[in-house]
Design a protein around this ligand. Structure first.
Ligand SMILES: [Zn+2]
Length: 112
């Protein structure tokens, strides 16, 4: 799998960045949940922040899963092949989204 060696190391870098991001988000959530005091308005703001952080956390977790799967596909030699129709994924697409698991046609239908 020499062909995707560089992609693989990029993906591993992405994975580390995402892990970092998730750790930070988790810490932020913990921190903002500590003192639940003050007036209602402030609590509302806090709840909103938590929601945003949860959203960010979920997005990062989803991305992390996709990156992990992409690395696994490189290792098993399935990388760059659409998981839906089996056609090769275009190189431009892989460059833009290195963890994409579908060709552009299937992705636009599935909303991946
Ligand atoms: Zn496809």
């Amino acid at each position: 799998m020499k062909k995707y060696e560089e992609v693989r190391s990029n993906l591993i870098e992405m994975l580390e960045e995402l892990d970092d991001r998730l750790t930070k988000i988790t810490n932020d959530v913990k921190h903002s949940k500590e003192p639940l005091d003050k007036d209602f308005e402030e609590q509302a703001v806090q709840a909103e922040n938590d929601e945003v952080l949860d959203g960010l956390g979920n997005a990062a977790r989803t991305e992390r899963e996709l990156v992990k799967q992409a690395i696994a596909r490189i290792d098993s030699g399935e990388y760059g092949i659409c998981q839906v129709c089996g056609e090769p994924i275009r190189e431009e697409r892989l460059k833009a989204i290195p963890y994409s698991c579908m060709c552009i046609k299937c992705a636009s239908q599935a909303g991946c």
